[in-house]
Design a protein around this ligand. Structure first.
Ligand SMILES: [Zn+2]
Length: 396
């Protein structure tokens, strides 16, 4: 059927009006297609700026226009791991080969910043069971190049967001804004490295109003305006206590859950419910909290596959007390005893100390039931009586 001239004019007019209405908030140098792509990936484009041929969103995240299709980020995911780390086969042997990422520093960068970069690399490399290993490489042939550049806006540095399965290839420092202390410099570089491997800002909700959350991060009782006030990936304007700051407890969980070296290490998630405690190896069981339980943190890591020297972790539940009990010795309670119901094997753990592991202490207090912690002092200070080391967990 032949379209009438009126219809064509009508639709063209609508298109013009539509584009105009979308574009009215952006200066002509912004490409509306790019803006919409960034929005569709959940980036907040308020105060978006152009930087060289690219964009800066959320003050310090550089979106590489040439690789914008490679960011591979949905509106609701917190990281763009993309293909940076191929999933590895589950094996019986501990995984030891890390993926090395070189960091090159332009010769013009000052000694103060080189110290900050060196310290930031060290901070990243101290995360246990972290797949990536950063090292100082040559200036012009490294995975991440760090150099000076004037950055629009107030930020002192900005990093290219991970894309196409690669780390973001550059971090820029604005030399005109660098009159800051050593702790601040170190925090900034640690933060920008986070963007280059695909971590968003912790303290930013999407334009549809939801948090971007990684399994095991911030508890449900921490709500807007900041779910994790000490996250190193909070926007720089929301950072406090700059001196010598490292990762928050939840940053470390997020990093390990996103980039595990040995993928069979799984968090031993800890929940509380008034005086009771529950531990789970499955984030989906209670996520940030459900059925009266509130998520606290990971009380170390256990294993999803048994290796030599590891035993089954059996979980039992006493409904009358809402008490959860854990043991590696099935014969203690068998298929259920004294009211305890058998809930099955929830993972595997060494029963003797191995490299990187710490004891998990079992305590008991009548009416509160069993309590498990790697911090011995937590037991007595809450009135609990020590019973035993139940097994070992990999340290946080
Ligand atoms: Zn940032």
């Amino acid at each position: 059927m032949k379209k009438s001239l009126f219809t064509l004019i009508f639709w063209n007019l609508c298109t013009v009006l539509f584009l105009t209405s979308c574009q009215k908030n952006y200066a002509p140098e912004f490409n509306i297609t790019h803006i919409n792509e960034m929005k569709s990936m959940g980036f907040n484009t308020t105060n978006i700026k152009r930087f060289k041929e690219n964009y800066i969103v959320e003050n310090d995240i550089i979106i590489d226009v040439s690789k914008i299709h490679g960011i591979n980020l949905s509106k609701v995911t917190q990281t763009s791991k993309a293909n940076l780390i191929p999933n590895q086969a589950i094996t019986n042997q501990p995984i030891v080969n890390k993926l090395s990422i070189s960091v090159g520093i332009d010769p013009s960068v000052s000694a103060d910043w080189i110290t900050a970069i060196t310290n930031a690399i060290q901070i990243w490399n101290t995360i246990p069971n972290f797949k990536l290993n950063f090292f100082l490489g040559s200036n012009n042939n490294s995975d991440i190049q760090i150099s000076y550049s004037n950055i629009p806006g107030d930020e002192i540095a900005a990093g290219i967001f991970s894309n196409s399965g690669n780390v973001g290839s550059a971090i820029y420092i604005d030399p005109l804004k660098s009159t800051i202390d050593a702790g601040h410099r170190q925090l900034i570089i640690t933060h920008e490295i986070g963007h280059t491997i695909g971590f968003r800002h912790t303290d930013l909700v999407s334009e549809s109003g939801q948090y971007f959350q990684i399994a095991g991060t911030y508890p449900s009782n921490n709500i807007w305006p900041n779910p994790d006030p000490v996250s190193i990936m909070n926007r720089m304007s929301n950072q406090t206590n700059l001196l010598g700051r490292a990762f928050s407890r939840f940053d470390r969980i997020a990093i390990r859950n996103t980039y595990p070296l040995d993928e069979i290490q799984v968090p031993f998630y800890r929940y509380k419910n008034v005086g009771k405690h529950l531990y789970s190896t499955s984030w989906s069981e209670l996520t940030t909290g459900n059925l009266g339980w509130t998520y606290e943190w990971a009380e170390g890591y256990v294993f999803s596959v048994a290796r030599a020297g590891m035993s089954n972790i059996h979980r039992y539940w006493l409904p009358s007390q809402n008490d959860y009990f854990y043991t590696t010795n099935y014969n203690e309670l068998g298929s259920g005893k004294w009211g305890y119901q058998y809930q099955g094997i929830i993972g595997f753990a060494p029963t003797n100390q191995i490299s990187g592991s710490v004891p998990l202490y079992q305590f008991y207090l009548p009416n509160h039931g069993h309590f498990y912690t790697t911090e011995y002092g937590e037991g007595p200070s809450n009135g609990y009586t020590f019973e035993r080391v139940v097994f070992y967990v990999m340290s946080n």
